[in-house]
Write a new protein. Sequence first.
Length: 119
Amino acid sequence: QVQLVESGGGLVQPGGSLKLSCAASGFTLADYAIGWFRQAPGKGREKVSCSSSDGSLDYADSVKGRFTISRDNAKNTVYLQMNSLKPEDTGIYYCAKRYFCASHTSLDWGRGTQVTASS
């Protein structure tokens, strides 16, 4: 069955970096878009970045220039490199499988990994 497993979260000081991984199984990663989403305490879930099957990428304005999404289809893994982290980046980060980055809904979700940027 389809599985998405996030890892790489943790506690980091503001200005620090983390690299998240989303390990996919049960489907052919190259055929789908994978998005990264986050949910801060008391707030709704927002899309952070997305990697489509045709190689196009998109980012929320709040993370442009600081976060980089990439994928390795051979390893069935999508990454999110997060640099210059800010306290407002704190939240649970999820990866999700979509047909397209522009899709309004996601097909499957991981369970999330906690990211905390705090001194």
